[in-house]
Each structure stands twice: as C-alpha cells, then as structure tokens.
Design a protein around this ligand. Structure first.
Ligand code: DGT
Ligand code: CA
Ligand code: CA
Ligand code: ZN
Length: 585
C-alpha cells in the first residue's frame, strides 16, 4: 500500500466517523494522520523496514494508528473501518461523492429528508424541500442539483487512467504467472490511454482457456464472477471495476488484440475499409468475403491485420476514428512524442508553498529521472491557502536556486539546470498576483486561474487572454480548470485562447496530473493545429509527483503531437530561443 492509499483510507475513516457524529478529537486525529502520511515523502513501508525506527516517531501518530498502519501495510483490513462501512447507509456513501457535500451536510440531508438514494435527493431539490433545511438556501439547493447531475452522469463514474493502470499492472503480472498462458496483454481504453477507463479488457493466448480463466478467479483481488463462457470470463476487480478476460489461440492473437483495443469507432471504420477490399476482419482474423473457407489470411500480429488492408500499424492512442485511418493510408501518421523525448519539467511545487519536498529534493528527483532542466513554480501570493509567495519570499527562493545551480555546475557541465519560475494567479478582477518587475526577472512564468472560476465566459476568457498577452507569461497552466469526475471546466472560449496563444507564442500546458489532463486530447490537438506549442508538465507536489509525466504523454499522443509540438522536448537553449520569441511578440 502506498502512502497516498493509506492517507485516503484514513480520510475515509474520518468521513465516516464525522457522519456518525463521532468524537471531534477522534475525527481530527484521523484527518491529521491522513495529512501527515500524505506529506511523508518516504514510503511508510521503508520506515517499517528499518529496525531502529517506528511510526510513533512521526508527530501525531500514536500506538493505535501505528498498529493500523502496520495492518494496512501487511495487506490486512481494518476491522473498525469494516464496521463503520456496515453502519453507515449506502445512500450516505453515494451522497458524499457529490461535489460540495461533506459528511455533516450529508447526515443532515439523509436524516431530515429520509433519503434512500441519490434520486431522492434530486426530487427533494426539485420540490424545494432542501432550501427549507437549516443552513441550506435556494442557492445551495440549486448548486446541489447541478452537482448531483454531474455526479450521476456515468461519464463521471469511470476510473482515472492512472487508477486503472495500477490495477492493470497487478492483473497482468498475476496472469503472466499462469503456466497455461503463453502471452497476456491488456487492451481496451486503457491501452488507448483514454483519460478514464470504464472496464478493463485483457487478452491471453492459450489453448487451455479453462485453466487461464481459473487462474483469473484465483487472483487475490478477484471479486464476484459476472460471466463465464468457453473463452471469456468477466469478474469484478478492485474498486468494483469490471474485468473482461478473453482467451484466444496464437493464430488470432493479433486480430483479437486489435479488436479489443478498439475503439469501436476505429474498428467500424477499419472493417468498412476491409469490406471495400473484399475482406472481413473480426477478432479471429482476416478472411476473404468470397472465400471464407480458405481460412484466415492474417491475425497473428496486429501489424499483419493492418497490412491486410493496406495500412501501417496504427498506435493505439490514435485509434479513435478521428481520421487516423485516412492519415495512415496517406502515409501521414504522426511520429508521436514519447517520454524519452522529454528533457524538462516546467511546473512543480516545493515546501515553500504546498509541495511536500524541498527544492533540493525536487532537483535530485529530477536528475534521477534523467531530466536536464526543471522550473520551480510555487504559488504566487493570491493562493493564501498554500502560503503563496510574495515578492520577498520569491526573491529569496531565487537566491537559493542560484546557489543550487552553482553547486550543480561545480563539477563541470551541470546534470540539471533549475529555472527560476513562479505560478502566478490570474486575479478575479484581472491582472496577476505579483508585480511586473518581479515577473520580468523570472526565467519561467506559468499563469493559472484558481479563483473566480464561476465567472461568465466573457470575463474568464478575458482574464486568460490578458495573461497570455502579458510579456512575462511563458505558459498558461491547466487552461480549462476541469477536474475529472469532480468538476467541469470553467466557461471559457478556447478558440479565443488558442488564437491569442498562437499570436504571442505563449505555450499552453498539458497538465499531466491524472485528475486534470488539461488541456485534454482534442483541445491539445486544436492548439497544435493552430501552431501553438504545448508544454507537458507534472505540476508535482512531491518527488513521486514527477512520475505522472507518462499520463501527460499519453494525452499528448492521443492529440497526435510530435516532439516538435511540445516545447519541453527542446534543449534548454532551444527553449530559451522560444521564450525570447515570446517576449518580442
Ligand atoms: P471503456 O471500457 O468504456 O473505457 O471503453 P473500451 O473502448 O475499452 O470499450 P469496451 O470495454 O466496451 O470494449 C473493448 C473494445 O472491444 C472496444 O474498444 C472495441 C471492441 N468492441 C466492443 N463492443 C463493440 C461493438 O459493438 N462493435 C465493435 N466494432 N467493437 C466493439
Ligand atoms: Ca474497456
Ligand atoms: Ca470490456
Ligand atoms: Zn501548480
């Protein structure tokens, strides 16, 4: 179990205790523990492994919590959590998933309105019964109704790609341990790198399907059996996600992998192309329409299947039926950016604001990941919640960065250059939260919009365009503000934003955080078509946060981006040239 997982379990306990009206100090103890564990850079498992250390050395962790952490690290469950989960009604769990509804409000609503489902809450809102409750008003009622619609939309109840990926890795490793399986691969939306995943599809090559399917059922995380056929099985996996397993023979592996990777739209178009050529493609292979008895012409590999219809192999990230088959036919598939092309990371936080690692720790972690430059972009002063930097503290941080760069360069060519950056906030009334003379001294300025997200389209667009046109601003951070499954993008005219960025050479970010992925694939593609350069950034708040780069890369690949479309594939000298062009625009 990772620190983040343990932290989220403790938060969950706190929610349930709070819902029950439990002892305030007990609730607070779990919240504090969650925050502490989240903020601990070192894996708790490592602390446990050291004979001379103990969890109780950590501030705020007593004997009881220490034992619970040990149980969790051993893969055990917490009896008290299981009991809480039985005591709290299902409707409360559902309601707590609605944005803006915490345990206390949920308790009030459930008790006062005798709710048994999310639908009940919607009805109560529409009947005007929520506004009559103490502490709720007409406006709150309307907000709840809107957030409820968001939470109930099936599109917002899918796993994040990164969450699905964690399950896929464990599952594939387990299945590869099956002696009867000669090959195991994952397919579906996970393989296409979609930002969210509905269910997990995996494929095994074997001539003993029953043995392979039994192996799946023996997986420690296997839940209910949903379906079992001769060559396919579906089960529930971790977090309630459905897992579909297919077992095929070697001769069909490529065609099955192609079929189950999808997307449906891509497959439909590919098959229509096959039909035009007198062929038919299905999961078992490619056959001639006029001579099916002649058997399969192709199917061992995906490349064979595409070749049978006169196409080169198409990367899974592009298989969305958005014109990739025509591109492939014309020999114009893009050479997609890969993580190996990335030389720098230009958005990250440190302990100076809301990050968990120090400047030096972030630099070391960047070197370990093979980066040649990073920008430190802590929050500007508007973000009071994160203890945002004013001019004085920012300048002091920059002095520290100067010294760090000097010491990195002491042995000759430095392994890493640290850029003096800042994440400024676009203020509600327009303008930025730090003065121009300070920003002019920065190497790198990300401008983001964290406040006033409910403003109308015209005002939000104007704030962002103003930031784009500011001579010191290098890049717009998470340009639409959406959080997957949690909240929609703010109302912004992205066409105008893209046009302004194209005119000034200002970069737009693909924020790689799995909750954000902002810009998304289609907007990033539109930006690149307009000549805007994208920057793929992790927005890391810890050293481990640097590893989400791969999520941003997938999004960029889905957008069809090539290395040249992405500014942080440039050498530092190349990046500086682009920045100079921005300033003269
Ligand atoms: P998801 O699970 O909603 O995130 O998305 P996918 O793409 O993984 O969809 P899923 O799991 O329903 O099916 C996996 C693949 O199987 C899908 O991408 C393409 C193929 N497939 C499934 N149903 C159909 C269908 O009705 N027609 C065609 N042509 N292909 C299908
Ligand atoms: Ca799927
Ligand atoms: Ca499926
Ligand atoms: Zn940030």
């Amino acid at each position: 179990m990772t620190n983040a997982e343990i932290a989220s379990l403790f938060d969950h306990v706190a929610d349930l205790l709070e819902y029950q009206g439990g002892n305030v100090f007990r609730v607070r103890a779990y919240r504090n523990a969650a925050r502490l564990v989240k903020g601990t850079v070192e894996p708790l498992a490592a602390i446990r492994g050291a004979s001379d250390r103990s969890f109780t050395d950590l501030d705020g962790i007593g004997k009881d919590l220490a034992t619970k952490i040990e149980t969790l690290l051993d893969g055990g469950r917490l009896p008290m959590l299981e009991q809480l989960e039985q005591e709290v009604p299902q409707v409360a769990f559902d309601l707590m998933r609605v944005p803006g509804l915490g345990p206390k409000k949920v308790k009030l609503l459930v008790d006062a309105l005798r709710l048994t489902s999310l639908d009940d809450l919607g009805e109560a809102c529409r009947a005007g019964r929520v506004r009559e409750l103490q502490g709720f008003g007409e406006k709150t009622e309307a907000t709840i109704l809107a957030n409820l619609a968001f939470a109930q939309n099936p599109e917002h109840n899918r796993l994040l790609w990164d969450e699905a990926d964690a399950i896929v890795r464990q599952l594939v490793e387990w299945m590869r341990g099956c002696p009867a399986a000669l090959r195991v691969e994952a397919a579906g939306s996970w393989r296409r790198g979609r930002e969210t995943v509905g269910d997990i599809d995996i494929l095994a090559e074997s001539s003993q399907p029953a043995a392979v399917m039994d192996h799946l059922l023996a997986w420690e995380s296997a839940g209910d059996l949903l379906l079992r056929g001769d060559t396919k099985t579906s089960i529930r996996g971790p977090q309630g996600v459905q897992i579909d397993l297919r077992v095929v023979e070697a001769a069909s592996f490529g065609s099955a992998w192609q079929y189950f990777t999808g997307s449906k739209e891509h497959n439909v178009r590919l098959r229509s192309r096959a039909r035009d050529r007198g062929l038919t493609i299905n999961e078992y292979g490619v056959t001639r329409l006029d001579a099916p008895e002649a058997g399969s012409l192709a199917g061992r590999t995906e490349a064979e299947v595409y070749e049978a219809v006169g196409l080169p192999w198409i990367p899974p990230e592009l298989r969305e039926g958005r014109g990739e088959i025509e591109q492939a036919a014309a020999g114009k598939l893009p050479t997609l950016v890969t993580i190996a092309d990335i030389r720098g990371d230009l958005h990250m936080h440190t302990t100076a604001t809301d990050g968990e690692a120090t400047l030096a720790e972030m630099a070391t972690a960047a070197i370990e990941r093979g980066l040649s430059y990073i920008a430190i972009t802590d929050h500007g002063k508007r973000v009071t919640m994160a203890h945002g930097l004013d001019e004085k503290r920012l300048r002091r941080q920059w002095q520290t960065i100067d010294r760090l760069n000097e010491s990195l360069a002491a042995g000759g060519k430095p392994p890493l250059v640290v850029l003096k950056g800042i994440e400024v906030d676009m203020l509600e009334k327009g303008g930025l939260d730090l003065p121009d003379d300070v920003l002019a001294e920065a190497d790198w300025v990300v401008a983001s919009l964290h406040y006033g997200q409910k403003q109308d389209r015209q005002r939000i667009t104007a704030r962002i365009v103003e930031a784009i046109e500011h001579p010191a601003v290098s890049c717009i951070g998470h340009p639409t503000g959406r959080l997957l499954n949690r909240r929609p993008a703010y109302d912004v005219d992205m066409q105008q934003v893209i046009a302004a960025a194209a005119a000034t050479g200002t970069f737009l970010e693909i924020n790689a955080n799995p909750w954000r992925l902002d810009l998304d694939d289609t907007l990033a593609a539109a930006a690149a078509r307009a000549g805007v350069k994208l920057v793929i950034s992790t927005d890391a708040h810890s050293t481990g946060g640097l590893d989400v780069m791969r999520c941003g890369i997938l999004q960029a690949r889905r957008a069809g981006l090539e290395p040249n479309d992405v500014a942080n594939t440039q050498t530092l000298a190349g990046l500086r040239k682009l920045l100079a062009k921005q300033r003269s625009a």
